[in-house]
Structures are given as structure tokens and as C-alpha cells.
Design a protein around this ligand. Structure first.
Ligand SMILES: C[S@@+](CC[C@H](N)C(=O)[O-])C[C@H]1O[C@@H](n2cnc3c(N)ncnc32)[C@H](O)[C@@H]1O
Length: 312
């Protein structure tokens, strides 16, 4: 059944109390909310810390539209731009900001995007196979499944969701083309997976949908540079916090933070460092999870991992 766009922007921000507290002692100035969404984290930060302003970015025009209304009462303490977060230098120059007091990345899709059936992110709603986070871009998930080679589809399924049956699914997709809707794709994937495996581990198309979304929106490709830019543009004492929701994202954050915390030094632990590398950050949180109460109240939060670095 085709569902319609929910009238209200529905997204429960994850670990909102922890995130707000993390910015309690950063220098006054501007915090980047790289993934503004419905502005849940931004409003909490603005309410708790009168010395902070927020520069909010989102690649989804619908998120910005909702946030503009919600953030209107904050006047010029809340700045918003339609932009991808790896375009940070341009965002800061447009806003007239030289340095950040902190940055927050709350990765992935919002519940609003996922639950808006017509956006085509979910196998739970039958809709055109779209999955664009930025609806002003032209390539959709349908273009990928109908134009990529069998090898390319198998590769992205393995790379972005560790899909065990990547080869079988890719073959079934290519044989069934053209594919136009989420329901068609979900059925094709389900029938490509052997029956015993189909009965285990949630919906059989879950991993295929996740991999297609990540690939189409270049979610992992653009992440390392975005984190590096945020660290580089944050002043001493400022903090960069990242909430990730799957191991592919978390691996990248862990590696970038390690690089900035060690300066790339690989000298043996038992010897003084001889390579001259210097740390740019100290690690404040390494992979914290939401508490049990939050996980129960907001199932989407169960996979969240929070990593935080403070710039030295
Ligand atoms: C998990 S939601 C953020 C929710 C937000 N923290 C809140 O409290 O409502 C992720 C948001 O980031 C946006 N997004 C994802 N990747 C992005 C990117 N590379 N650049 C800008 N926005 C991005 C999505 O469109 C989505 O609105």
C-alpha cells in the first residue's frame, strides 16, 4: 500500500542528553550540526548553552524546511544551509565563520526519511525506488539497479552490507530488470535468498536496501574527508562528536580519530616516539552506547555508537 508523507517531521534524537553535555565546556562560538535533520540535537544544544550558535547543514531540502520552522525562534543563533557536510569550507565561508567550537555528525537517514514511504528508502512501503537523500539530485536507486553491471551490484552489496548472498541477489536483479518499485526489489531479493536463510535475521531485503542507499548517496565515500575537515576547522578545546549506526561507518570514524589522536605515529609503545608525529586531538569517548532505557524507548538507537574527540 502506498503511504503518504507524514505531516510532522518525526525523528527522535539519539543520546541527546550526552551530546548536549559534551558541548558544555567548549569555547563560546559556533557548533556545526552537520546532519541537522529535524533539529532535535540543535535545539537541545541551543537551549542548554547560551554562548553557542549552530550552523546546521542537511542535504535533504525537506529536513531544512522542517528545521527552518522549528529554529525560527532562535533567530541568528541558528544558521541553516542546504549542503553536503563534506562541503564544510564553503559552508563556513558562506556563513562568515573562521573556526568552529565543535561539530556533531548524526549519520545515516532520519526516521522521517525512512517513514516517508514515497522517498523509497524502505521495503515496508511500496513506492518508486528512489532513496535520494538530496531530492534535487537526478540519480535514483532505480537507475543503479537497472544500469549497473551484475558485478558492480554484487560488489556494492558485499562492500556496504556484508551480504552473504550478494552474487545470487545481483544475478536475480539483472534477470528481472527493469525494476521500478521497492516492492518489486524486495520480492526479487527475497526469492534469490535460500529459504532457510530467508527465515533468519529480519527482512531478507534489509541488507540490500541498506547497501543501495549507502552507495547511491556516497555515504561512506565522503565521510573521511568530512571528519578531517571538521577536526581541522575546530578550535582548541572544541569537540567533534559522531553518532554512527553500522560497522562500516564506525570503522571509518575510529580510523580517522586514531589518525588525529596519534598523528599517524606507529612507533613501538615501549619506546619514545622517534617519528616526530604530533597529536591533534584527544579521545573523549570511544564507542559509547545509549543506555538500556533509551534503547527500549527508541529501537533505532540500539545500533548507535558515539565517538568524541577534543581538539588540542
Ligand atoms: C539521523 S538524521 C539526523 C537527525 C538530527 N540529529 C535530529 O536531531 O533531528 C541524519 C540527517 O543527515 C542528513 N545527511 C546525511 N548525510 C548527509 C551529508 N553527507 N550531508 C548533509 N546532510 C546529510 C540526512 O538527510 C538526515 O536528515
Amino acid at each position: 500500500m502506498m503511504s503518504t508523507q507524514p505531516a510532522i517531521f518525526s525523528h527522535e534524537p539519539v543520546m541527546v542528553r550526552e551530546i548536549t553535555e559534551l558541548f558544555a565546556n567548549v569555547p563560546d562560538g559556533v557548533v556545526l550540526d552537520a546532519t541537522l535533520g529535524g533539529a532535535g540535537h540543535t535545539t537541545a544544544i541551543l537551549d542548554a548553552h547560551p554562548g553557542l550558535r549552530v550552523l546546521g547543514l542537511d542535504r535533504d531540502p525537506a529536513a531544512l524546511e522542517a528545521s527552518r520552522v522549528r529554529l525560527a525562534p532562535y533567530g541568528d543563533r541558528a544558521m541553516m544551509q542546504h549542503r553536503r557536510f563534506d562541503d564544510l569550507d564553503a559552508a563556513m565561508s558562506e556563513a562568515g565563520i573562521d573556526e568552529l567550537s565543535g561539530a556533531l555528525f548524526d549519520l545515516g537517514v532520519s526516521s522521517h526519511q525512512f517513514d516517508s514511504g514515497e522517498r523509497g528508502f524502505s521495503y515496508r512501503h511500496d513506492a518508486p525506488l528512489d532513496m535520494r537523500m538530496d531530492t534535487t539530485e537526478s540519480t535514483t536507486a532505480a537507475d543503479v539497479v537497472n544500469q549497473a553491471s551484475e558485478g558492480e551490484i554484487a560488489h556494492l552489496l558485499r562492500q556496504y552490507s556484508d551480504e552473504k548472498f550478494a552474487g545470487r541477489i545481483a544475478r536475480a536483479i539483472v534477470a528481472a530488470r527493469p525494476i521500478h518499485t521497492t516492492a518489486e526489489l524486495a520480492d526479487i531479493v527475497a526469492s534469490a535468498i535460500p529459504a532457510p536463510a530467508r527465515r533468519r535475521g529480519g527482512h531478507p531485503a534489509k541488507r540490500t536496501f541498506q547497501a543501495l542507499r549507502i552507495s547511491l548517496n556516497k555515504e561512506l565515500e565522503i565521510l573521511p574527508n568530512a571528519i578531517d575537515s571538521a577536526v581541522r576547522r575546530t578550535r582548541s578545546g572544541g569537540r567533534v562528536a559522531v553518532l554512527s549506526y553500522h560497522s562500516g561507518e564506525d570503522r571509518i570514524i575510529k580510523a580517522r580519530f586514531k589518525q588525529h589522536a596519534t598523528g599517524g605515529c606507529e612507533c613501538p609503545n615501549n619506546l619514545p616516539c622517534g617519528c616526530g608525529a604530533s597529536s591533534v586531538v584527544r579521545l573523549v569517548r570511544v564507542s559509547s552506547k545509549p543506555n538500556a532505557e533509551e534503547q527500549l524507548a527508541n529501537p533505532r538507537s540500539t545500533s548507535a555508537r558515539l565517538r568524541v574527540a577534543e581538539v588540542l
